[in-house]
Design a protein around this ligand. Structure first.
Ligand code: NAP
Ligand code: FER
Length: 340
């Protein structure tokens, strides 16, 4: 089957220049190249799905984070799902479905197999391996259960509540017999949260006063805040915390595209007087336990105790526009690009 001289005409999206503030279309470029000469330990993947995630904005900047920045001219790296076309690694065979964090925005990917895992396509649609059964699902699961430490009856607030992580946090909170308030950026999103996901309250932060809505809904205060956004929304939630509140800082998307640091509210007094805990976390901390969470989440999916909303954009060439949309709240649910 394996033919050493097989060549693939690849299309890939590269970083043309570093975004200045919000990313723009001409920060990206679609280019072609040839992929061939597979080496020992490598595989060639035909990419089927791209996962577009907010952390990728950080990788487009120069600043060092948990992963090194994308270089100018390099393919935009990020999570993706695909099919193995050729393998020179004993752990993989042609035809296997795989997922990896560094596959990137391209049609074909030649890669070493360190960061590649095999997916069982019989459990759920394969794109869930970058969604509910992948990084965002793990973030919701471990962030909620291990950082927020829910107690039945707690009032939970989650921001970016209709997104990949937020929609799951809210459902896990309902499964844990908590009261759930979701914060999101449109009427459609809010109505979905209340009608389809049974949230107790949804607040549209674009036209409602977050502080007042929370205060009147739960005057006794918020026990858990799962923070996906930071900024002003979070100031208003944290001004409403209850004694011993737990605040999980998962993401600060409201800050990712700022050119200058934003001055904010001082939260220390609320944290002090309520003896609250504020804890930031990166999902990779829990990597050793992903399998436990994937099995649990897969069971809940099968039993329809958790449902799952995807926002699918067709075509590799539309990935830049889709990513810009993610930074502006255009996506409704987990954002995916269908490449093949
Ligand atoms: P997502 O929620 O599916 O998409 C991002 C959403 O953020 C947008 O749809 C938009 O929804 C909202 N948003 C954008 N700009 C905003 C602003 N200025 N203020 C308030 N909301 C804004 O994305 P996701 O993948 O689930 O990620 C959510 C958060 O979790 C991000 O901050 C991400 O970085 C973080 N995260 C962290 C980890 C970790 O390991 N710590 C792992 C995964 C994700 P609206 O219409 O509601 O504004
Ligand atoms: C994310 C936001 C930030 C994320 C990771 C980070 C995996 C890490 C940032 C850093 O190390 O600087 O959504 O998801």
């Amino acid at each position: 089957m394996y033919n050493k001289f097989m060549r693939y005409q690849n299309k890939k999206v590269i970083l043309k220049k570093r975004p200045d503030g919000f990313p723009k279309i001409d920060d990206f470029e679609l280019v072609e190249n040839i992929i061939d000469n597979i080496e020992h330990g490598e595989i060639i993947i035909e990419v089927i799905w791209l996962s577009l995630d907010p952390y990728m904005r950080g990788r487009m900047s120069e600043a060092k984070s948990y992963a090194s920045p994308i270089k100018i001219g390099d393919v935009i790296t990020g999570g993706a799902v695909g099919k193995v076309l050729q393998s020179k690694c004993s752990r993989f065979n042609a035809g296997d479905i795989v997922e990896g964090f560094t596959i990137g925005w391209q049609k074909f990917c030649k890669t070493s197999t360190h960061n590649i895992r095999k997916i069982n396509p019989d459990i759920a649609p394969i794109q869930t391996s970058v969604g509910v059964l992948g990084m965002p699902g793990m973030t919701a699961y471990f962030g909620f259960f291990e950082i927020c430490k829910p107690i039945p009856g707690d009032t939970v607030v989650v921001s970016a509540a209709s997104g990949a992580v937020g929609q799951l946090v809210g459902q896990l909170a309902k499964l844990s017999n908590c009261k759930v308030i979701g914060i999101a950026g449109s009427e459609d999103k809010c109505s979905y949260l209340e009608k389809n996901l049974n949230f107790d309250l949804a607040i549209n932060y674009k036209n409602q006063n977050v502080y007042k809505e929370i205060k009147s809904f739960c005057p006794e205060g918020v026990n858990i805040y799962f923070d996906n956004v930071g900024g002003k929304i979070s100031d208003e939630v944290i001004s409403n915390i209850a004694p011993y509140a737990r605040i999980a800082v998962c993401g600060v998307i409201s800050q990712y595209n700022l050119k200058q640091l934003e001055l904010g509210h001082r939260i220390q007094r609320a944290v002090l007087t309520n003896q609250a805990t504020v804890e930031g976390f990166l999902v990779f901390r829990f990597e050793q336990k992903y399998n436990i969470a994937i099995n649990r989440m897969a069971k809940w999916l099968k039993e329809k105790k958790i449902i799952w909303k995807e926002d699918i954009i067709e075509g590799l060439e539309n990935a830049p526009e889709a990513f810009i949309g993610l930074m502006n709240g255009k996506n409704f649910g987990k954002l995916l690009v269908k490449v093949k």
